[in-house]
Design a protein around this ligand. Structure first.
Ligand code: NAD
Length: 381
């Protein structure tokens, strides 16, 4: 059985789906791994590193795809890649199944079995495969570093012979995986940090990192679902949050927004008044840019200036830390591959409580109910 990794061709993408340490583990499972020439270069891993780990290296993409039993990717491959794979081959990666379900139609037509890392259920057994959390961790960290390098001042409190330098103030909106990592990183750099989330459970986590939790009275409203995710709030409840955010943003040097509601547009948390009330030289980093953004006027992958306030919305921050992002992702996909391989052969058990729910297409059908519904709704619009 042959696992294949290609060099990613998306602009700005520097991650690689498998790092050499994972190749070693897979080879030990009695499968062969073939890496496209220079696939790991942007993540500081050479063809030699892969060869030493036991991989084959090839520059012949056509031959690689024709011989692949499993293609492991970071991003969804282009449709010509799907059409070169053999029927029954497996594709595993971030496939954007709910955002762009139609883009997986070529995989369906080709009779491929596709698994989306976004669909891996967040149950205890699948924690080692939680690639969304891995990437959110990297993005939360990098957002603070980006913010710190943008503002015209330092982060920590300094007592110098020339007087005291006050600490920077950081406001983090949404205290899930990315938000908590942002809070922890900003604290380590010495900033005074405030965090906000609609889930009450986030309060304890924010405080445990040495930040202040901003609480909004939502009148006992249900804010999270059974899976621990936020639910979409009413406009009135959202406005209460926005009022408090606008007030706290006035004194912030960096605001990092990470609020998302699965399957919905990201909530708008900072309106015109909130942004215009901010200090000149302050920066907003909107990490929800790919799902519509949390901040008025933020543009995906652009830096916009409004009255001296810079608004940035990088959509792929994880790719700017390619070594660690690849290392974490590679471990996540390798743990998932462990569920698909038995005695060196492909063995797909759709009744498995991680494998089944993560599958998008199999045997010519969209097997995931949410994806099937998303395909139907895009087809009727
Ligand atoms: P996410 O990316 O979907 O959302 C980020 C944050 O935005 C969440 O904390 C959410 O509550 C918040 N948010 C949504 N609407 C908001 C609003 N209007 N105002 C302010 N904040 C708002 O979430 P995520 O980071 O992927 O994870 C969220 C939850 O899932 C957390 O409780 C996390 O601990 C849990 N989780 C569990 C597992 C597991 O059990 N294996 C793994 C990862 C995450």
């Amino acid at each position: 059985m042959n696992i294949v990794v290609l060099r990613d061709s998306i602009p700005g993408e520097a991650r690689v789906a498998l790092m050499p340490e994972s190749v070693k583990k897979l080879v030990a499972l009695k499968v062969s791994v073939t890496i496209e020439h220079d696939a790991g270069l942007a993540a500081a891993r050479s063809d030699d590193d892969y060869a030493q780990a036991g991989a084959e290296i090839s520059s012949d993409r056509n031959a690689l795809l024709a011989a692949a039993d499993i293609l492991v990717t970071v991003n969804r491959p282009p449709k010509e890649v799907f059409s070169q794979l053999k029927k029954g081959a497996v594709v595993l990666g971030f496939l954007r199944p709910l955002d762009e379900p139609q883009a997986l139609a070529p995989a369906l037509e080709q009779g491929l079995t596709t698994f989306a890392m976004e669909l891996v259920p967040r149950i205890t057994r699948a924690q080692a495969m939680d690639a969304l959390s891995s990437m959110a961790t990297v993005a939360g960290y990098k957002a603070v570093i980006l913010g710190a390098s943008q503002i015209p001042r330092m982060f920590p409190l300094l007592m110098t012979a020339a007087g005291t330098v006050p600490p920077a103030r950081v406001l983090v909106l949404g205290a899930g995986v990315a938000g908590l990592q942002a809070i922890a990183t900003a604290r380590r750099l010495g900033a005074v940090v405030e965090g906000y989330d609609v889930r009450a459970a986030a309060g304890e986590q924010v405080r445990s990192l040495g930040a202040t939790f901003l609480e909004v009275d939502l009148g006992g409203l249900k804010t999270e679902d059974a899976g621990g995710y936020a639910v979409e709030l009413s406009e009135e409840a959202l406005q209460r949050g926005r009022d408090l955010i606008a007030e706290r943003a006035r004194t912030a040097d960096v605001v990092i927004t990470t609020a998302q509601v699965p399957g919905r547009r990201a909530p708008m948390l900072m309106d015109e008044a909130a942004v215009s009330g901010m200090k000149r030289g302050s920066v907003v980093i909107d990490l929800a840019g790919s799902t519509g953004g949390n901040v008025v006027g933020s543009q995906p992958d652009q830096s916009v200036e409004r009255n001296g306030v810079t608004i940035m919305a990088p959509t792929n921050l994880a790719a700017t830390v390619p070594v660690h992002a690849s290392q974490l992702y590679s471990r996540n996909v390798t743990a998932f591959l462990g569920l698909l391989i038995k005695d060196g052969e492909l063995n797909i058990d759709m009744n498995d409580d991680v494998v089944g729910p993560s599958c998008v297409t199999h045997a010519g059908q969209f097997v995931n109910q949410r994806v099937a519904a998303a395909v139907n709704s895009t087809a009727t619009h």
